[in-house]
Design a protein around this ligand. Structure first.
Ligand code: SF4
Ligand code: SF4
Length: 190
């Protein structure tokens, strides 16, 4: 009968290999302690500086008068793969603007931060910030309302994140273009 036992040759490990392993461990230990060459950070006291394309909590951008730029076209809600955007549309007081959202919620527990909603928006009305610490105590708190999304950047001071029409992906734009375009509510406060 054919044997299915596979013989594996085990290399002998001598004291020199043990010393080499110890050297790697100790050199990294001392580099971390004395040279502060760490890959970890002391969160939350320290925070990383993330890329301009970071996909954090959304921001609804505003006109200068504070009204949302969103026209309740539902493109973002339609493309969202997690089905986590809930919009209700109403009449805009200015009859030159067709619609305005009366409700705009994002369920952050369902959101996968793919950025499709930002890509789909024709008005630059929704962008992403670099906000990532999203712990909540209850399920209800994870649903971010229109009021929270409109004023999020002002309140917490997070920098802009993914905004393809203004970032490197969208044709060489810079952060200043947000201000040039009159988009408020996205300025970082430190
Ligand atoms: S980032 Fe993706 S999952 Fe989250 S709301 Fe936008 S489209 Fe939906
Ligand atoms: S955020 Fe943009 S895509 Fe979504 S409903 Fe408003 S205008 Fe349309």
């Amino acid at each position: 009968m054919e044997s299915y036992v596979k013989v594996v040759k085990v290399e002998k490990v001598g004291p020199l290999d043990t010393l080499r392993g110890l050297w790697v461990t100790l050199s990294n230990f001392f580099r971390t302690i004395f040279l502060r060459n760490r890959v970890t950070i002391q969160y939350p006291e320290e925070e990383r500086d993330y890329s301009e394309r970071f996909r954090g909590v959304h921001i609804l951008t505003k006109h200068e008068d504070g009204t949302p730029k969103c026209t309740a076209c539902f493109l973002c809600a339609t493309i969202c793969p997690a089905d986590c955007i809930h919009i209700e549309a109403g009449e805009h007081p200015n009859n030159r603007v067709e619609k305005i959202p009366t409700r705009f919620d994002i369920d952050m527990l369902r959101c996968v931060f793919c950025g499709y909603c930002v890509d789909a928006c024709p008005e630059e009305a929704i962008i992403m910030s670099k906000e990532y610490d999203l712990a909540t105590d209850t399920r209800e708190e994870s649903i971010f309302t229109m009021e929270m999304l409109l004023n999020r950047a002002d309140k917490l001071g997070f920098d802009n994140g993914y905004r393809p029409h203004f970032g490197p992906l969208g044709g060489g734009g810079t952060r200043g273009k947000m201000e040039e375009a009159g988009i408020t509510g996205t300025t970082r406060k430190k």
